[in-house]
Design a protein around this ligand. Structure first.
Ligand code: DGT
Ligand code: CA
Ligand code: CA
Length: 573
């Protein structure tokens, strides 16, 4: 039972949260969080690295102590320090930290001052008006907590796409190894590359179902077999993820893949078209009377109902069927269209790798440019730069560019948008940059109107180019701040500014529908990774997937342009 990097990372994050609730030394808390981040970005399993006797303490953010904890986990399956801490901190408190507006620090105050231990007790206290009495909370916070509680309750647990990828591909490998198995593919929202998935839907073709079924339910990560038949089964994994399996004969592969890729809304709409053509469509094929007229491949299915092939990312019944009829489907952007990354950090602020290393990694990806956009001074926890430090970095970039071949480091900054909409750095330094990325890191609670005004004011600055992570949301962790997206996009368009589609799997900020909105308005987007270490540059594919769900074509994306063209697009009149 090899331990996954993501599992260890989750445990480290949990450790950090528990420590924070306890009020432990912030450096210790940060060490666990950093290590979790490192683990998530590693290309190889630490379990494999340990098996090859590699020294984990040489990884960034992982010292001797944490390397020891990882080894303990891999060897024994236990993490004693965490187990001890779990006994000390009430279990419900961790869940409270996931509520919007309540970090571990606040949860600690709630626990210490009011004895709150879980959601129910929190709600009771909020209703009684006891939270507003706490120092640093107030009526507004109390209302926000009640609001968050209402939102929290019915929400089903959905899993971030990136978090389930490793599980999905391991499960697929496991099933492929079964004798007699032909195709194994993950369908459902996973194949549509939705930002979160409710469960995984695996489709297998083979002659005899029994061995596949057995192998499916006996997979070592299975915690519970929910149901098991001859052609379908459902299991729950230890991670809490549900996985559905369907086994179909080879002749039905295309029909089943199409059916189980969904979405349901898309399927229903296409079925209506089939009915009009006097056809029947189900997971075994397309039928005219009793005769199967299509089923083996997805293209056959589309052809049979008179449609062009529709990419899975588009199958949401958001106009793709009409577009397919009229042969007006978009030619979706691909990772190979991307020529560079326009948002990345170096170790000058809260990144982990040097300018040179970041540039080398970008070159390896085949990019021709990489913008280094470190934080500005207001973001003190990220060791943000003032004008003087930024100027020094610009000189360093000039020196580096003089030595580099085949890749250009663009001079950028991720400048903080202050409360009043002005920028955290003066124009005298911004004017020397290739591009300015602006971002909000504080003041999330402004009204929709005020927040939008603030952003638009920032765009009034003639050096402003790209609005980073436009809503500030973190998937499953915190909702974004409220903004009038259409108004902000219109303002960007008028001013020659752009919005970012942040590719971090925890952010994916813009949402797919907002990407589509931008495209329809003629506003180009930058798909950027916001990389904080070399390996993060590979998050690009998550951003591209999200962009594809928003119908983006190469020409809708800034960083598919060569630098000369991009430079013109960035120049504001
Ligand atoms: P999820 O799991 O919530 O992220 O979303 P999906 O799209 O993966 O949904 P899921 O797992 O419930 O079902 C997988 C696919 O199966 C779905 O996308 C379309 C198909 N499907 C499920 N139920 C129905 C149905 O009642 N009618 C039709 N036409 N298709 C269905
Ligand atoms: Ca699913
Ligand atoms: Ca399912």
């Amino acid at each position: 039972m090899p331990v996954r990097n993501a599992e260890i990372a989750d445990l480290f994050d949990r450790m950090a949260t528990l420590l924070e609730i306890q009020g432990a030394n912030p450096f210790r808390v940060r060490a666990y969080r950093n290590a979790a981040q490192t683990l998530r970005g590693l290309p190889r399993r630490v379990a494999d690295m340990l098996a090859e006797e590699e020294d984990l303490s040489r990884l960034p953010g992982i010292g001797k102590d944490l390397a020891g904890k990882i080894a303990e986990l891999v060897d024994t399956g236990h993490f004693v320090a965490l187990e001890e801490l779990e006994k000390e901190v009430p279990a419900g408190l961790v869940e409270l930290t996931r509520l919007a507006g309540l970090g571990p620090k606040r949860v600690r105050v709630l626990h210490e001052e009011l004895g709150i231990r879980d959601l129910t007790e929190l709600e009771r206290a909020a209703r009684k008006g006891r939270i507003r009495e706490l120092a640093g909370f107030g009526v507004k916070t109390e209302q926000r907590i009640l609001q968050a509680l209402r939102r929290h309750a019915p929400e089903e647990r959905r899993h971030k796409l990136a978090d389930v990828e490793e599980t999905a591909s391991d499960y697929v490998d496991h099933l492929r190894a079964v004798a007699g198995v032909k195709d194994v593919i993950v369908a459902g929202s996973y194949r549509r590359r939705k930002e979160t998935v409710g469960d995984l839907d695996i489709l297998v073709t083979c002659k005899k179902g029994a061995p596949v079924m057995r192998s499916f339910v006996e997979y070592d990560e299975v915690d519970e077999v929910v149901s098991r038949g001859t052609t379908r089964a459902t299991v729950l994994l230890r991670s809490g993820l549900q996985v559905d399996l369907r086994v179909v004969p080879q002749v039905s592969y295309g029909a089943a893949l199409y059916y189980f890729t969904g979405s349901k809304a898309h399927n229903v709409a296409v079925r209506a078209i089939a009915v009009k053509k006097k056809l029947k469509i189900n997971e075994y094929g397309v039928y005219k009377g009793d005769q199967r007229v299509a089923g083996k491949t997805e293209s056959e299915i589309f052809k049979a109902v008179g449609l062009r092939y529709i990419e899975p990312e588009l199958r949401e019944n958001r106009g793709e069927i009409e577009a397919a009829k009229k042969n007006r489907l978009p030619h979706l952007v691909c990772v190979s269209d991307i020529r560079g990354d326009l948002h990345a950090h170096s170790d000058a602020t809260d990144g982990h790798d040097s300018l040179r290393k970041m540039a080398g990694a970008a070159k390896k990806l085949g990019y021709s440019y990489l913008a280094i956009t470190d934080h500005s001074k207001r973001v003190t926890i990220a060791h943000g730069m003032d004008e003087k430090r930024l100027r020094r970095q610009l000189d360093a970039i000039d020196r580096l560019n003089a030595m580099l071949h085949g890749i250009r480091v663009l001079k950028g900054v991720e400048v903080d948008i202050l409360a009043d909409g002005t920028l955290d750095l003066s124009d005298s330094v911004l004017r020397h940059l290739d591009l300015t990325v602006g971002a909000i890191h504080s003041g999330f609670n402004l009204s929709r109107h005020k927040q939008s005004e603030r952003i638009i004011r920032a765009m009034d600055n003639p050096y402003f180019n790209i609005l980073a992570h436009p809503t500030g949301r973190l998937i499953n962790q915190r909702p974004g701040y409220e903004i009038d997206m259409e108004g902000v996009m219109e303002a960007a368009l008028e001013r020659g500014c752009y919005l970012e589609l942040n590719a971090q799997p925890d952010r994916l900020d813009l949402q797919d529908v907002h990407c589509r909105m931008a495209k329809d308005m003629g506003l180009k987007l930058a798909i950027s990774t916001d990389a904080h270490r070399k390996s993060n540059l590979e998050y690009m594919r998550f951003g591209v997937d999200q962009g594809r769900r928003g119908w983006l074509e190469p020409e809708d994306v800034l960083n598919t342009r060569p630098w000369r063209e991009l430079k013109r697009l960035l120049a504001r009149r």
